[in-house]
Design a protein around this ligand. Structure first.
Ligand code: EPZ
Length: 419
């Protein structure tokens, strides 16, 4: 296991954003819907992508991955089991269920279980697939599904916390090869789902309304292959914005899909950053003492839960009291205790956190608990006085491509060591 040693740093220069992890993973799963070759560009080289490659190989795909390009070919349509030893390391692998049912008519996919950011049920995934006519049962930790042929249906996919990104992906992928028309109401509008729909249409699906809460899918008999460019990672952009705010450093961020980041840019400006945009390049220059602010995480186009921790780290340096309300994962606060160990003053009450900004935080020995919390701790470490030692940084490798190299290029003092 690795750890990071992070020292107080001032950042400058420009950073290039990688392809989106959360867009790449469902698109990779979607290649199960076709026997034709798919070439996917701008795929980040990350642990989660490597795990999805292994799952697809178990499911009969032959895959080459070089220079951020994936070439996915079909060898066999026989396999239908996504095993626990792979699925347990990454929830996104559950979205093999929809394409397996749509194409191979049966699936056995390990249930992903809970995780450190809170309970993560799959009821919406199952409800949607059952509405399309799949017979679903749970046995010994696996979800078993079968169907003679899926049939289009009118499905309401809203849940207690709004729409679900991967449930929408699963149901959408199953619906493209179903007989007749499917309407998904309260579909996730996240850019990653929109991008999945664009990919599916490129291989022959007939989807309308993607990017909106009502999607219509006309089932087709067969899909082909294509060459596709993955979108850039809006959460990585937001992470560098938070790093710029916390360290009060001017940065240039390149390969930014600006329209995916309206809420984040709005919040960063309110916190006190001057932000200019030129095409796909974003320039950010924060003021010395940040403004406190209230942030509520919401489904897209609201402020993303995947940036809550990083912005909490930045707001720990604001002049005054901020409030963060987490509406997607009310328990996603594992970073709070660690930030407080560095001298932050954050109080949690249910889904709310009150952050009393401090002029300084101080390096400490802290523990990364999940992907975005790890990023928040790195940000806090860069802005804190002295040395911060972050244990268990394997979490960050799941979702940020070459993070310490990118940070070092910006002048960050960060070292990876064996724990
Ligand atoms: C995706 O997870 C992302 N993962 C998450 O990113 C992200 O935090 C999340 O969407 C929300 O934006 C990938 O895309 C691989 P949800 P997903 O279903 O789809 C509840 C990261 O750090 N819910 O949209 O699994 C759920 O408990 C990761 O990159 C149900 O109630 O999240 C939550 O409260 C972490 N029933 C809410 O919906 C269900 O069947 C939204 O979750 C499914 C979800």
């Amino acid at each position: 296991m690795d750890k990071f040693l992070v020292y107080n740093s001032s950042l400058s220069g420009s950073v290039k954003i990688s392809g989106s992890k959360n867009a790449a993973l469902p698109i990779m799963a979607a290649t199960l819907l076709t026997e034709c070759k798919c070439i996917l560009h701008n795929i980040p080289d990350l642990m989660d992508v490597r795990t999805m490659i292994k799952i697809l190989e178990v499911l009969g795909k032959r895959i080459d991955f070089k220079n951020n390009t994936l070439i996915i070919r079909n060898c066999s349509n026989k396999a239908f089991i996504a095993p626990y030893n792979l699925v347990r390391t990454m929830r996104a692998s559950f979205c093999c269920l929809g394409p397996l049912l749509g194409k191979r008519k049966k699936a056995k996919v390990a249930l992903p279980g809970g995780c450190v950011i809170g309970p993560r049920p799959v009821d919406l995934h199952l409800k949607g697939l059952q509405s399309l006519g799949a017979q679903i049962s749970i046995d010994k930790g696996y979800c078993l599904g079968k169907t003679k042929q899926l049939k289009g249906a009118h499905i309401y996919l809203g849940g207690a916390f709004g729409s679900s990104v991967l449930a929408t992906a699963n149901v959408l992928m199953a619906a493209v090869l179903a007989d007749g028309e499917t309407v998904i109401e309260h579909a996730a509008c996240e850019p990653e789902i929109e991008s999945l729909a664009i990919f599916l249409n490129k291989i022959g699906a007939k989807i309308q309304g993607h990017g909106s809460p009502i999607m219509r899918v006309k089932g087709v008999k067969k899909l082909s292959g294509c060459e596709f460019n993955n979108i850039c990672d809006r959460i990585e952009v937001g992470t560098f914005i938070a790093a710029s705010l916390a360290t009060r450093s001017a940065l240039t961020i390149k390969e930014v899909e600006v329209f995916h980041l309206t809420s984040v840019i709005d919040i960063a400006r309110k916190i006190g950053a001057e932000i200019k945009i030129n095409g796909r390049t974003l320039f950010i220059k924060p003021k010395q003492r940040l403004n406190p602010i209230n942030i509520t995480t919401l489904c897209y186009p609201g402020f993303p839960t995947d940036l809550q921790a990083q912005f909490m780290a930045a707001l720990s340096f604001a002049k005054g009291i901020s409030l963060i309300t987490e509406k997607i994962y009310p328990d996603r606060f594992m970073h709070v205790g660690e930030l407080n160990r560095m001298g932050a003053a954050i109080q949690r009450s249910g889904p709310h956190c009150i952050i009393e900004g401090k002029e300084k935080l101080f390096g400490a020995e802290i523990m990364a608990s999940d992907l975005r919390a790890s990023a928040a701790l790195v940000i806090a470490g860069l802005a804190a006085q002295g040395k911060t030692e972050i244990l268990r940084v394997y979490h960050i490798d799941r979702g940020y491509e070459k993070i310490e190299n990118k940070l070092k290029k910006l002048g960050a003092k960060i070292v990876r060591k064996k724990q």
